[in-house]
Design a protein around this ligand. Structure first.
Ligand code: CP
Length: 315
């Protein structure tokens, strides 16, 4: 069956997941992000690549970083952006998502940026869209592809490569779309070893993470790693949250300076945000010299500009 994310000429039509996108395409997006970033750093305040295009943000779940940076990315490339207000929309009168999409698409929309708690919603809308591109801004615990791209960009900035790096992803991996997209992207680009560590109840089915090792000891997971990714507990995706005392969680599972010392001396600390300080990460680490968390945020705009340009700019 053909991949609906790729058009008849082999171009990217939607961005639903990094899984299966392939090394060349992912590297192409990263190169494009670096090139756009260089132009803005050199003084450009806007580029007209998407002039005349209309992009609608459809966020059915809360967001600070993704929604804002998609909007800034689109505006910096000259697009018109509409932030669709779900609460005051006719979805509250029972209109289906498909009808909502078709209605806004009929107004001349070129792309929808979609976040939804249900796995598969962006793919479902992509199958329904007539001409608009669908960009997944996070669906359930399945995928968050632009987060995966901005993470790769940030790692390359510091390590100049992905091949051969050892990465530890720590925390609530079971419910994390960020972890899944991180693994999809890093595997495609040749990360040597990906270790997954977290409380037993928050670890995933290993079959979902081929090529990764599940480690049951935090110190062992951090031993000599190049990159540490800390994740928050995704409370909104856990039906029966076991009684977790936050102080106890931090003492057993939180990253502090002493634990960070297990990693390589030049290891970087990443977190997709939002952070729960004092639960999965200490202030001294989040704000410390190894933290690249705000660089991830800044790179979010560049990665999203690259994706929007790839999907919507004239070829
Ligand atoms: N990383 C991330 O998706 O953050 P937001 O939920 O704030 O968009």
């Amino acid at each position: 069956m053909s991949d609906p994310s790729i058009d008849a000429e082999g171009r990217l039509r939607h961005l639903i997941t990094l899984d299966g996108l392939g090394r060349a395409r992912i590297e192409g997006l990263l190169e494009r992000a670096v090139s756009l970033r260089a132009q803005f750093r050199a003084g450009a305040t806007s580029l007209p690549l998407l002039a005349g295009r209309t992009i609608v943000n459809l966020f059915f779940e809360a967001s600070t970083r993704t929604r804002t940076s998609f909007e800034l990315a689109a505006r910096r490339l000259g697009a018109t952006v509409v932030n669709f207000d779900i609460a005051s929309s006719s979805t509250s009168k029972g209109e289906t998502l498909e009808d909502t999409l078709a209605t806004i698409e009929a107004m001349g929309t070129d792309a929808f940026v979609v976040r939804h708690k249900e796995n598969g919603t962006p793919a479902r809308l992509a199958a329904h869209a007539r001409r608009a591109a669908i960009l997944n801004a996070g669906d359930g615990n399945r995928a968050h592809p632009t987060q995966g791209l901005l993470d790769l960009l940030t790692i390359r900035d510091h390590k100049q490569r992905i091949d051969g790096l050892t990465v530890a992803i720590c925390g609530d991996i079971r419910h994390s779309r960020v972890a899944r997209s991180a693994v999809h992207g890093r595997r495609a680009l040749g990360a040597a070893g990906i270790r997954l560590w977290g409380p037993a109840a928050l670890l995933p089915d290993p079959d979902e993470f081929p090529g990764c090792s599940l480690v049951d000891d935090f110190d062992a997971a951090l031993d000599d790693v190049d990159v540490i990714v800390m994740l928050r507990i995704q409370k909104e995706r856990i039906e029966h949250l076991p009684g977790l005392d936050e102080r106890e969680y931090f003492s057993r599972y939180g990253l502090d300076r002493a634990r960070l010392a297990r990693a390589k001396r030049d290891a970087i600390v990443m977190h997709p945000g939002p952070m729960n300080r004092g639960i999965e990460i200490a202030d001294e680490v989040a704000d410390g010299p190894r933290s690249v968390i705000l660089e991830q945020v800044a790179n979010g705009i560049h990665a999203r500009m690259a994706v929007l340009a790839e999907l919507l700019a004239p070829h």
